[in-house]
Design a protein around this ligand. Structure first.
Ligand SMILES: NC(=O)c1ccc[n+]([C@@H]2O[C@H](COP(=O)([O-])OP(=O)(O)OC[C@H]3O[C@@H](n4cnc5c(N)ncnc54)[C@H](O)[C@@H]3O)[C@@H](O)[C@H]2O)c1
Length: 350
């Protein structure tokens, strides 16, 4: 019976991971530590409400006493750190909280894990700290080439810089203390439970409400899209079988320009929901400051080492995703409404 401390498990990828893992394994326990910022929503975890293998704790990864108590109370085998401030635009406006949560929060988790796991003779058997990172730490690509695990880090935004800072601290705990760690760096995820400030759910929500669809610059910035369940599978494989001390890039080889994504969403909603939704809603806006031009991941290492591959093509994944938001309009309403968190916090007695 393995015990996971999953942080940020009420956010987009974290909640998908918790649901994926509890569906796949009946012999694990997940302690889910989440601060429930605007991006964390317990409604994402409704499916596992009442599941004795899921213990939700509302709290901050920067809180040393709380994290120490969790290590004392539970026999934790794995830490999987999703918790972060994750929105690049917000990081440009408020960089401090990104340094606080993403860098100092990671250091606190590493330190508490070290205190709990380190022995005179080495490290407790079978433990591992896993950091969920991003391809944005590598910076921006030109028209050709891909990010490899060996690509030097060259982050640009306060968000990506804070994630790179966290990665370096994880590496430092490995290099200095020999702590058993792994890191995954993935491309842009899409799928259910994505907070509607991010591109795909924002487009869907705006289309449904006949609002402008803002597109940065010329709309030709390229992102490499990864269906969230494929990402969850990759993290599970790396935690179980990835080589200690290694970084694994996770990407879907699904490069699309932003404007292609916008047009795909419009076309689906136009054809299936509301034929008054057209490309007239597109509104080009001033480019994001320091906007990286292209991200592209080479996932060769995780394929060769662990046999991981993305099962969901973009064509299938995007339809599944749009349809999920159409079927869950109440979820969008709830996560964007003010009373939401208070209500659910009471429901979970936190
Ligand atoms: N979404 C993507 O496309 C993407 C791509 C690459 C990497 N990542 C990384 O994956 C991780 C998860 O991303 P996401 O998109 O699910 O983010 P998200 O913003 O949807 O969720 C973040 C979660 O962390 C929680 N959180 C924030 N600060 C916290 C704190 N101090 N203590 C405890 N919990 C806190 C929030 O409440 C929320 O539930 C992040 O580390 C992010 O950098 C995301």
């Amino acid at each position: 019976m393995k015990t996971y401390l999953v942080t940020g498990g009420a956010g987009f990828i974290g909640s998908n991971f918790v649901l994926y893992m509890l569906k796949k394994y009946t012999d694990i326990t997940i302690i889910n530590l989440d601060k429930l910022t605007y991006a964390g929503n317990l409604e994402n975890l409704k499916e596992v409400q009442g599941n004795p293998n899921h213990i939700f704790v509302q709290g901050d990864i920067c809180d040393k006493d709380l994290v120490t108590t969790l290590f004392e109370k539970y026999d934790i085998d794995y830490v999987v750190n999703f918790a972060a401030e994750s929105h690049v635009d917000r990081s440009i406006k408020e960089p401090e909280i990104f340094a606080q949560t993403n860098v100092l929060g990671t250091v606190n988790l590493l330190n508490c894990a070290k205190n709990a796991w380190e022995r005179e003779s080495g490290w407790k058997e079978g433990v591992r700290y896993h950091q969920v990172s991003t391809d944005e730490v590598y910076g921006s690509l030109g028209e050709t080439g891909y990010f490899m695990e060996t690509t030097p880090l060259d982050p640009h935004s306060p968000y990506s810089s804070s994630k790179a800072g966290a990665d370096f601290m994880v590496k430092a705990y490995s290099d200095t203390y020999n702590m058993p760690v792994t890191i995954t760096r993935c491309s842009n995820n899409y799928g259910p439970y994505h907070f509607p400030e991010k591109l795909i759910p924002l487009l869907i929500n705006n289309c449904l409400n006949h609002k402008d669809l803002p597109v940065y610059g010329d709309g030709l910035n390229i992102r490499d899209w990864l269906y969230v369940e494929d990402h969850c599978k990759a993290i599970d494989m790396v935690i179980r079988n990835g080589r200690i001390g290694e970084v694994y890039n996770v990407g879907g080889h699904n490069e699309r320009t932003n404007i292609q994504i916008v047009k795909t969403v419009i076309a689906y909603i136009h054809d299936n929901v509301d034929n008054t939704v057209t490309e007239d809603l597109i509104k080009y806006v001033e480019d994001r400051k320091g906007h990286d031009r292209r991200y592209g991941i080479a996932p060769d290492k995780i394929k060769e080492d662990l046999g991981w591959y993305p099962e969901t093509t973009f064509e299938v994944g995007i339809i599944k995703t749009i349809q999920w938001y159409l079927d869950n309009r109440q979820w969008i309403e709830n996560v964007t409404s003010g009373d939401y968190k208070h209500y659910y916090a009471k429901m979970y007695n936190n």
